[in-house]
Ligand binder design. Sequence first.
Ligand SMILES: NC(=O)C1=CN([C@@H]2O[C@H](COP(=O)(O)OP(=O)(O)OC[C@H]3O[C@@H](n4cnc5c(N)ncnc54)[C@H](O)[C@@H]3O)[C@@H](O)[C@H]2O)C=CC1
Ligand SMILES: O=C([O-])CC(=O)C(=O)O
Length: 323
Amino acid sequence: MKEPVRVAITGGAGNISYSLIFRIAAGDMLGPDQPVILQLLEIPPAMDALKGVIMEINDCAFPLVHGISGSDKPEEAFKDADIALLVGSKPRGKGMERSDLLKANGDIFSVQGKALNDNASKDVKVLVVGNPANTNALIAAANAPDLDNKQFTAMMRLDHNRALSQLAQKTDSQVTDIDKMIVWGNHSATQYPDISQATVNGKPALDLVDRDWYENDFIPTVQKRGAAIIEARGASSAASAASAAIDHVRDWVKGSDGIVSMGIPSDGSYGVEEGIMFSYPVICKNGQYEIVQDLEIDEFSRGRMKTTEEELRSEREAVAALL
Ligand SMILES: NC(=O)C1=CN([C@@H]2O[C@H](COP(=O)(O)OP(=O)(O)OC[C@H]3O[C@@H](n4cnc5c(N)ncnc54)[C@H](O)[C@@H]3O)[C@@H](O)[C@H]2O)C=CC1
Ligand SMILES: O=C([O-])CC(=O)C(=O)O
């Protein structure tokens, strides 16, 4: 039997966690032979609800769960964590942009960045889900000086999966027929879901759809999908967000099948400002991700990438006091 992996999850009593924790416990994230110890963090008013979630996890008798704890102290929840999923934070409501949450949520990530720095495993892999995810990840990384900022990532996988699903439906294919989907930039309405590199069953995606659909239907649908879910459900996406978090961490730890999109600290690749948490096409191997280099970027793509980069730069300015 392998040694258990310690997985810390914040916002353990929230909506996303109610899907996420059970799937991790079932082995969907780290595999059916990998035991886990779940370390759940909540705020004091939600500790009763968290107790209920822990009771339910126990009641599932998951063979892979070798331990489970709940705490309202980040230093306890992050103790020796190998993986930290930072979900806990306020979601947006109807009519809001995710960046409207910066004030409400920014502080959470400076506190948790420090707590990860001081308590987590030195190799911890961190995924920030709480919105605005990219800039919250930047805040967390900046407050963890002893960790490599490459250990901090922001969730773009939901956008990536949304883009795969839209293109598969349009081309009457399966998501597994699609290669080289990319979502660049910010997890916001400026993100750039890019099919200019993508193929469907080996054929260039752009040859299979018309340009008008690409620019005026596909791109805005993916960009605004979160808001459309809030409009339809009255609450932000939860099960699909949990599923994307599992995909992101699974690929990071176990390797990806081709290109996936991850929000990571920019190293200046593709002319993007260094340091901001920008979504790039990456390939994961041996527990690391590498940016896919040397893709040809046309003028349309360059413009879209600039717009989303500028938004991330201005978000960074807005939280300068927390960095
Ligand atoms: N990056 C992405 O693709 C997506 C991000 N999200 C974001 O994920 C976040 C969580 O969403 P939901 O689970 O639906 O919200 P929710 O409101 O159902 O749950 C959030 C939980 O976090 C807890 N919490 C708040 N502050 C905390 C802190 N300092 N430490 C620990 N826990 C804390 C709350 O008590 C609550 O139980 C939101 O910010 C939402 O916008 C949602 C969908 C997709
Ligand atoms: O839109 C929201 O606020 C929740 C979210 O991030 C998403 O569904 O992509």
